[in-house]
Design a binder for this molecule. Structure first.
Ligand code: GUN
Ligand code: ZN
Length: 436
């Protein structure tokens, strides 16, 4: 039984490596075929190239899906998002700590009910796929069932996903606190799901204020036992949060040190936000190979501050692009890049479309250590990709007609596109979302 061949003719855009910061991508980074062929064998990419070069290799009876006029990119990746907060997006509130107490914690209490977790997992994945996102690193609630429900829904759609049960044993409403059972529940979930098909487990202490030192140390022990696990938490998002951490951990020299002392900072660790850091902290993160998830629409929504991409680059600190739903206002990778561009403009740090789309695909995959599986349209990669319709709306058509270069078109998409421009989303060689 040889795997099924799928042939798709379209414009193809992918990045073999970082395109750099210049107006034009570094030689060798951009792989662009104006009239390309994407050839899948089963769940994987078999070949990618100019249609004219590959067409003579096709079987004579090959059915070629003709998507000329559409543009295919690797599926978008979201390195930090809370599926359990889908229903509280756009809840008016002041800043982080009030927003958590007023909206987030009450909402997360609802996930004690498995049927609710199931319904929201399905709704969330449908939204992700509608937006062209095929992989994410996701927070569940404190309830282990919220993670079982989510993994089950991912498996049904053959998605590569990372998720974890939130650990919280203080400073949260009673029904959300787990105490000692939190670690045992995480171990059970790891046993059941980590490395099961395309699924991975991300150990998830919410953030330092809601975990005791004992719980964070236990989370660190999980990571030491199994270095293939991921770690996700929050760091230095908001000034009220910084003051609180300083008060709770008077013996630690700064916020990052709290995580370092618990053994939570490593090459598979993602810290959301990292806005209020100094260069010494950035270098410490860089030395350990950890990444900061830059969540621009969330940072603007909660008034948290402007992430400094230049400082990150100067210190060698890896950063990724993320939606941070429900504080983020846009699930779409296009929306995240648009907000990242706006944050950059306010700090005199423009974002090119090359950097943006590289970041959303290969860059995010690399920071999550998933870059040998996803993030590129290239032979042997898993066939996760998004089919973009640059004529999705009358306005897009007008704007795209005005463009003379690929760079201009990608930039226009980054600023103007949304889920209407996502024609199809494929995962593991199968179409999982169709717009029409
Ligand atoms: N810090 C701790 N928990 C959260 C959360 O749910 N959202 C955001 N944006 N920041 C947090
Ligand atoms: Zn978050």
């Amino acid at each position: 039984n040889s795997p099924i061949d799928t042939f798709i003719r379209a414009e193809l855009v992918s990045f073999a490596c970082d395109p750099g910061d210049n107006d034009l991508p570094q030689p060798g980074s951009l792989e662009h075929y104006g009239d390309g062929l994407l050839w899948l064998k089963g769940s994987h990419v078999h070949a990618v190239g100019h249609y004219g070069d590959l067409s003579y290799q096709l079987p004579s009876d090959a059915h070629v899906i003709d998507y000329r006029g559409k543009l295919i990119m690797p599926g978008f990746i979201d390195t930090h998002v809370h599926y359990v907060q889908l229903d509280i997006m756009a809840s008016y509130g002041r800043q982080l700590l009030d927003w958590l107490n007023d909206y987030t914690f009450p909402e997360e209490c609802r996930f004690a009910n498995y049927a609710h977790a199931e319904a929201l997992s399905n709704a969330f994945l449908d939204e992700m796929l509608r937006s062209g996102t095929t992989t994410a690193q996701v927070f569940g609630s404190s309830h282990p069932g919220s993670v079982d429900a989510f993994f089950t829904a991912c498996q049904k759609r053959q998605l590569r996903m990372l998720v974890g049960k939130v650990l919280m044993d203080r400073n949260a409403p009673d029904p959300l606190m787990d105490g000692i059972s939190g670690i045992a529940d995480s171990e059970r979930l790891i046993e059941d799901w980590h490395g099961n098909g395309r699924l991975g487990y991300s150990v998830t202490p919410r953030f330092a204020p809601t975990s005791t030192k004992m719980q964070m140390d236990a989370a660190g022990a999980l990571l030491r036992n199994d270095p293939s696990l991921w770690l996700q938490t929050h760091l230095a998002e908001n000034s009220g949060e910084l003051d609180w951490v300083a008060e709770l951990f008077p013996g630690s020299r700064d916020y990052l040190a709290v995580y370092e002392e618990a053994g939570l900072v490593g090459p598979r660790s993602t810290f959301a936000h990292g806005i209020h850091l100094d260069n010494a902290m950035r270098k410490r993160l860089a030395d350990r190979g950890a990444n900061i998830a830059f969540c621009p629409s969330s940072n603007l929504f909660l008034g948290s501050g402007l992430f400094d991409r230049e400082a990150a680059k100067e210190t060698g600190m890896a950063f990724t692009y993320a939606s941070d739903i429900g504080a983020g206002t846009d699930l779409s990778g296009f929306g995240t890049l648009k907000a990242a561009y706006q944050v950059g403009q306010l700090g005199g740090q423009p974002l090119t479309a090359w950097q943006g789309f590289y970041g959303l695909t290969h860059g995010n995959a690399k920071a999550l250590s998933l870059d040998s599986y996803i993030g590129q349209l290239a032979p042997s990669y898993e066939a996760d990709f998004v089919v973009i319709d640059p004529n999705a709306t009358p306005l897009l058509t007008r704007r795209i007609e005005h463009c003379t270069t690929l760079g201009e078109r990608l930039f226009a998409l980054m600023m103007l596109a949304d889920d209407r421009a996502v024609y199809e989303t494929w995962s593991n060689g199968q179409c999982q979302h169709q717009r029409d």
